[in-house]
Design a protein around this ligand. Structure first.
Ligand code: HPA
Length: 244
């Protein structure tokens, strides 16, 4: 049974799935952290794998960048392949001075400049939030981890590059900075709304790869290390959530 974007059978995916944006990161996660991982889909090179972690089946699949791409993969994974717990493992740009490079932002809620959740919610403003049980597991895992975790709002943007010529990111994100939003990324709001509509559980974790207020960014090596630490955290969240 295939969907337009995933060529797999229903039992090929585990109920628990990690969602990096980059399909090559999906492969790296499968090869580095999962046991007996095997590829389950590769349509458009959007790679998906299923393996084992701590005695539980776990899948990992790329989502591409942006909310349109996230929404279609999350919808198909939930409605056609039985995925129930979805954790985005991505990167973000920090909007608050105290949110350091390489720390992890746990998205309690996701604001957005996108119209896609209004389309889903008849023109009203949907409060896109992490699922309570994954959030509780996330906070518990964060307390036990060495990684610094900041929990709060993120801003899911449609456009990586500011649309107004000459506009600095700190100007563009001024209202978000003012409202205490921790970081900007590009997928969480869509993931949360799709999961809510289909009664699945979702959480977004993002390693801070660049700082839009203080300036600076991680080197490729630091990025990979920080990402790996966050993946271990996300796998711990799934373990804890599964034990509840
Ligand atoms: N903007 C949007 N998404 C991001 C950024 C950013 O600056 N950094 C990492 N993901």
């Amino acid at each position: 049974m295939s969907t337009p974007h995933i060529a797999a059978e229903r039992g090929d995916f585990a109920p628990d799935v990690l969602l990096p944006g980059d399909p090559l990161r999906a492969r790296w996660i499968a090869e580095t952290f999962l046991e007996q991982a095997h590829e389950v889909t590769a349509v458009r090179n959007m790679l998906g794998y299923t393996g084992w972690y701590g005695g539980r089946a776990v899948s990992v699949m790329g989502t591409g960048m942006g909310m349109a791409s996230m929404a279609l993969y999350a919808t198909e994974l939930i409605t056609e392949f039985g995925c129930r717990r979805l954790i985005r493992v991505g990167s973000c740009g920090a909007l608050q001075a105290e949110v350091e490079l390489r720390s992890v932002v746990l998205a309690v809620g996701a604001c957005t400049d996108s119209n896609i959740n209004r389309q889903r919610f008849a023109g009203f403003d949907f409060a896109a939030t992490a699922h309570a049980s994954l959030l509780a597991a996330g906070l518990a895992a964060a307390a036990a981890a060495a990684t610094t975790v900041h929990a709060g709002n993120v801003f899911s943007t449609d456009l990586f590059y500011p649309p107004v010529l000459g506009q600095k990111p700190s100007e563009l994100y001024g209202p978000a900075i003012e409202m205490g939003v921790l970081a900007v990324e590009m997928e969480a709001a869509a993931l949360y709304a799709v999961a809510a509509q289909h009664r699945a559980e979702a959480l977004a974790l993002c390693v801070v790869s660049d700082h839009l207020v203080r300036g600076g960014h991680l080197s490729a090596e630091e990025r990979q290390e920080g990402f790996g630490d966050m993946v271990v955290l996300a796998l711990d969240v799934l373990q804890r959530a599964g034990e509840r």
